[in-house]
Write a protein that binds this ligand. Sequence first.
Ligand code: KG4
Ligand code: ZN
Length: 346
Amino acid sequence: MRAKSINILGIETSCDETAAAVVANGKTIKSSIIASQTKLHEKYGGVVPEIASRAHIEKIYPVIAEAIEQANISKDEIDAIAIANQPGLTVALIVGVTAAKTLSFIWDKPLIAINHLHAHLQSAMLTEQNLKLPAVALIVSGGHTCLYDAESALELKLLGSTIDDAAGEAFDKVATILKLPYPGGPAIERIAKEGNPDAIEFPRSMLGAESLDFSFSGIKTAVLYYCRGQDMKGENKVDSMSENEIADIAASFQAAVVDVLVKKTQRAAERIGAETILLGGGVAANSRLRAGLREMCNSNTDAKKLLIAPKQYCTDNAVMVASLAYYKFKAGLFADLTLEPKAYSE
Ligand code: KG4
Ligand code: ZN
């Protein structure tokens, strides 16, 4: 007799996407619904917490209902409710956490708490769960840039993280300087395709020969100086620049950020003798970063296996939440109704 599959409803509201998904046995995606708030935040050039919270409240019920309908299952066939409760914007997280606790209570289903960063890593493991260890995981998103020594998506040892801006944040801020649309990452990647990555030598902050930490505020400032002059007294020259000049700045900025991310990942891999490299988070959608890590993993004499999240599961989604929850379900790691949202990762 075939074992019954375990269906988990995952919910994600940590930032500006209201998402729900049903995933069976951690890998069969039965539905994935994402209501993006990009349009609401774009005129501010970043996520406004109060607006995000209100939009989550408006969308949470229809998004969950649609995920269940698209999965073509009844609520009785759902085995657990999983929620990303940290890290993120507290006023955004609280909407999903409250919805998940309510469903868990009224449907009498177990509740599973998921760390959003660990879920990003799970996206890279959707097709392959058994890692050849040791493994280095690079998580690059709008709020985080972290390197981990990963035993699984649930057992992570932090090797390094950003001491100032996250990589995605740098993309978003530089896009604002260049007057490109929000979110900045995809906009910079698009225009960078037309530019020369060697046109401008932007700084690559390595924080010394040993460090596995990152710093991206220097490069953001360098772009700002480039556009407004060292004394910051000049007008932002972007308005009078040609599209080619802007493309060159975007391409050179992207090349510098990717360079640092790849070199630091290589450094971490050497440090722990990694056999596998994992890549997840919103910035993992960037083609230059994907290609850079692929080259690094193939070019070394001791080639490493590279697992990258599929592009549609790099940015925030609930598939990664429902998928990772399966492994907590199997391990009996459940939360209860005292679960709270947490701004920071524990
Ligand atoms: O993981 P994510 O959806 O949300 C957080 O957990 O923060 O990541 C969003 C970030 C944004 O900063 C966005 O600009 C960046 O990921 N991003 C990209 C690309 N697509 C999204 N950055 C570079 N290239 C991309 N193609
Ligand atoms: Zn995220």
